[in-house]
Design a protein around this ligand. Structure first.
Ligand SMILES: *Cc1c(COP(=O)(O)O)cnc(C)c1O
Length: 407
């Protein structure tokens, strides 16, 4: 009976929803309920969820403080528009500012929108300060900044751009972790450099310290703004509240989304006080931006992240997970090319058959993400328990044994 229901829903999905998402694995779950690191499908099958809503579910599913903050705010007021003040918005902005190197906040609803805001602000500020022809932004190859026309152009991967030309002008690309390639792109039109401190969608590549420090110097020497896209690697994901803290380098603009609302859609663009002066009333806006329910949920996430010792614990559990993945690499030296990542954003690059491993894991009750054909990405909730990591590793090892040793 359940089987039949599922089929109908899957058929209806194909009939009514535009085909943009790749759900090509067999028996892709129909998710009905989640709690912490666990997700259940309509047949009652239990999964360990190491996709984590793609780095969104910072505290897993149904985290009580997020649920009650959102519910309580919803009962008070759901939406007012930005013509009026609301307390959750101000409270969240204050918390983000007090806990970061930035001074001011603009709220929106997604990562792409946060980056759009950053791109607009970088252009506006630079034109005001340095002249009309300051508009070009250098981004990195293998980066990911979103799917709007400007952000997919900022994204240094052709596969996201193909077919959407003409792309907006004003973007060029350096090679990630190659400072010289960025230096050589600077010209009279350059206004900013934008990178992810840990590249997520591109395949889990952490920046090297010298690279980010070099970019800071490059920006200072040439009056450029340094923009960090922390949409995926921010909000505790790497074991620090913001990934830039690992590097001793502070950006002029930073973007957040994904985990910010703990599952509620919200994005934010933060910047230094002086840079904020680039925007005047009317220059930028978002109808839903700073919605009180989303902000109340995000404030609960911030409180969770700021609990004494929590982020250190994320770092040490992340290090444990990484160490165990390295052991798996030793066990499968021909199959595994490299283990990468920081905190709870980890990747295992295989030489091939990533989708097969992902499929076997899913069958055995572990959800993981696969980038392209080869890179397995792990994004568990930040509060994932050590025993859950162990269970996931057991399943992963079984799946790899089947795929690579042909069992
Ligand atoms: C996911 C992501 C985005 C885009 O976020 P959306 O909410 O999907 O628009 C931008 N930058 C990075 C680094 C991301 O990982």
């Amino acid at each position: 009976m359940f089987q039949e229901e599922e089929k109908t829903l899957q058929e209806e999905e194909k009939k009514y929803i535009i085909n943009t998402y790749n759900r090509s694995l067999e028996n892709t779950p129909l998710a009905v309920r989640g709690k912490g690191t666990f997700l259940w499908d309509e047949s009652g099958k239990e999964y360990l969820d190491f996709v984590g809503g793609l780095a969104v579910n910072a505290f897993g599913h149904a985290y009580p403080p997020v649920v009650s903050a959102a519910r309580e705010q919803m009962e008070r007021i759901i939406h007012t528009s930005n013509l009026y003040y609301t307390a959750p918005q101000v409270r969240l902005a204050k918390s983000l500012v007090e806990n970061s190197a930035l001074d001011k906040t603009f709220f929106c609803n997604s990562g792409a929108e946060a980056n759009e805001a950053a791109i607009k602000l970088a252009r506006k500020y630079s034109k005001l300060r340095a002249g009309e022809n300051k508009y070009e932004i250098i981004t990195a190859q293998k980066s990911f900044h979103g799917r709007t026309l400007a952000t997919l152009t900022a994204t240094g991967q052709e596969k996201f751009q193909k077919g959407f030309e003409p792309l907006p002008p004003g973007f060029c690309y350096g090679i990630f972790n190659d400072l010289q390639s960025f230096e050589s792109q600077v010209n009279e039109f350059t206004c900013a450099v934008m990178v992810e401190p840990v590249q997520g969608e591109g395949g889990v590549y952490p920046a090297e310290k010298d690279f980010l420090r070099g970019l800071r110097r490059l920006c200072d020497d040439n009056n450029l703004l340094l923009i960090f896209d922390e949409v995926q690697c921010g909000m505790g994901r790497t074991g620090k509240l913001f990934a830039y803290e690992h590097y001793g380098v502070e950006p002029d603009i930073m973007t957040l989304a994904k985990a910010l609302g703990g599952g509620f859609p919200i994005g934010a663009m933060l910047c230094r006080e002086e840079v904020a002066s680039g925007f005047a009333p009317g220059d930028h806006a978002s109808t839903f931006g700073g919605n009180p329910v989303a902000c109340a949920a995000a404030f609960a996430v911030m409180e969770g992240l700021l609990q004494e010792g929590f982020l250190d614990d994320v770092a040490s559990r992340g290090a444990y997970f990484l160490e165990k993945l390295e052991l798996l690499k030793e066990r499968f030296p021909d199959a595994v090319h490299q283990i990468r990542g920081k905190g709870m954003i980890l990747g295992m690059e295989l030489r091939s058959l990533g989708r097969e491993v992902q499929q076997r894991c899913q069958e055995k009750g572990l959800l993981i993400n696969c980038i392209g054909e080869k890179i397995l990405r792990f994004l568990p909730p930040l509060n994932v328990r050590k025993e859950e990591i162990d269970s996931a590793l057991d399943i992963l090892q079984d799946a790899m044994t089947e795929v690579f040793n042909g069992e």
